[in-house]
Design a protein around this ligand. Structure first.
Ligand code: SF4
Ligand code: SF4
Ligand code: SF4
Length: 300
């Protein structure tokens, strides 16, 4: 596996053949013809004081219009999500947007009017990074999201330095425990401590940014962590160990749909009779809830 090394002299100072060399990605190079043809001033007219020009984002997730979007620096998140992205499908509520790729932070609704540029995203605990923008709706569990990204990053870590290698593994253990109903008081504070240590002492940018998903979700969605740890509940009904499926007797008309789709034989009942779900057999796949047209499957 390739391992980063400390760079004391950068390529812009001493690169190819000992000459100053620009090593950039294609998106950055695509701006150069415009600057050469129209001049630096024309280019700098677009954007904010610290971030000039435009930026391409990959807009995905719970959003009506997905795809690559090129926007002027300084546009607000709200404009990207609602004017360009067309808002959240199925009349669901916006919950957060993660920017910058797997090690970006999750930005909550109260910061939707944030102007998008390098400095502003960093200030709120995220980053421009690779230009990813993942929109999440009300059905997203932010603890589960943090776990998902930390798992990805533990696999990406090259293992060269201890803070990133061991710190991320430890953080994943804690997040897994929390989503499985085994969270303990003090876990959140421990992850904050770990995250700060990883950020400050890792060798390369992967490690230095890797704690963003955890630190940002703790900062903006602390209540969800507390619900998992103290109440053993997943408010978004995502973490399987913390939810149960049952039948609402008032709403169930015995249509048998849930029993037909249940892969485990957990949902049972006679036609036109109230059905029931065996907690011992239920694997919490959610198929019965999707199938029931009468809002009779309750998840708590
Ligand atoms: S921070 Fe992580 S990815 Fe970077 S060198 Fe250290 S172990 Fe490798
Ligand atoms: S699908 Fe809904 S209404 Fe039909 S039997 Fe199951 S719970 Fe009752
Ligand atoms: S959640 Fe899945 S396994 Fe459980 S009762 Fe519904 S369909 Fe069956």
């Amino acid at each position: 596996m390739g391992e980063p090394r400390p760079k004391h002299i950068h390529t812009v100072v001493n690169g190819l053949n000992g000459r100053p060399t620009n090593l950039n990605n294609v998106e950055t190079w695509a701006n150069i013809p415009r600057i050469i043809n129209n001049g630096a001033k024309a280019f700098a007219k677009i954007g904010t004081d610290g971030s000039k020009g435009t930026k391409i984002f990959s807009l995905v997730g719970k959003i009506n219009n997905t795809g690559l979007v090129e926007v002027p620096m300084g546009i607000t998140l709200r404009e990207i999500v609602y004017d360009i992205g067309g808002g959240i499908p199925n009349k669901k509520k916006f919950k957060a947007v993660q920017t910058g790729g797997p090690s970006g932070g999750c930005i909550p609704e109260k910061l939707l009017d944030l102007p998008v540029d390098f400095d502003e995203l960093t200030k709120v605990g995220s980053m421009m990074g690779s230009g990813g923008m993942i929109v999440m709706d009300q059905d997203t569990c932010m603890v589960d999201v943090a776990k998902y990204f930390i798992k990805f990053l533990t696999e990406e870590s090259c293992g060269k330095c201890v803070p990133c290698r061991e710190g991320l593994d430890r953080m994943l253990d804690i997040l897994t425990d929390i989503t499985e109903g085994k969270g303990k008081p003090g876990d959140v504070e421990l992850m904050e401590e770990l995250g700060t240590m990883i950020r400050e002492t890792s060798l390369c940018a992967l490690g230095r940014t890797s704690a963003n998903p955890v630190l940002s979700t703790i900062a903006y969605f602390r209540k969800e962590y507390d619900a998992h740890i103290k109440d053993r509940k997943c408010p978004a009904h995502v973490c399987k160990s913390l939810i149960t499926f049952s039948v609402d007797k008032e709403n169930c008309n015995g249509c048998t749909k849930c029993a037909k789709v249940c892969p485990e034989g957990a949902a049972t009942g006679a036609k036109k009779k109230v059905h029931k779900i065996s907690q011992a057999l239920c694997i919490k796949c959610g198929l019965c809830k999707d199938a029931c047209k009468f809002d009779a499957i309750v998840v708590v």
